[in-house]
Design a protein around this ligand. Sequence first.
Ligand SMILES: [Zn+2]
Ligand SMILES: [Zn+2]
Length: 152
Amino acid sequence: MAQNDHSHLHGSCSCGTFSFKTRKAPAARFVCHCLFCQDFTGEAFSDVSVLMGYQIEMKGTADLIHKKYRLPPNLNRALCAKCGKPAMETMGAGPLKLVFVPSKSFVEQKMLPPVRLHVFYNRRVADVADDLPKYSHYWPSQFAITKTIMGF
Ligand SMILES: [Zn+2]
Ligand SMILES: [Zn+2]
């Protein structure tokens, strides 16, 4: 079960059917206000931490329901079949595959990077009172996400 290994982070969906362990702390974290994220999470926005596919080990993926939204963005979003909560999202394939995990699913909250930016801010349900950069609309949001993931 949950081992206390400080070189790894771990977490799960709210019922624990889907769980994960990462090889390192996520490098990027952002908040997305788009309508797909609102629908997927059932919340005003989605706070996700990003890992490369090879940096995360996942269990319970057979119990996930994959939700397709009209493209773009080209994300495969998966909900837990039992608790109905977001499990993770993936984008891309092979060595370039990215995994987006809801930040609140992590046990080690203190090891997560701070939220770096807001995207699709034009779709926000409510204004956010922080000093972080806020990007609106598709291309500015996509570029900002790419930049933060690539560490520019
Ligand atoms: Zn669950
Ligand atoms: Zn979104």
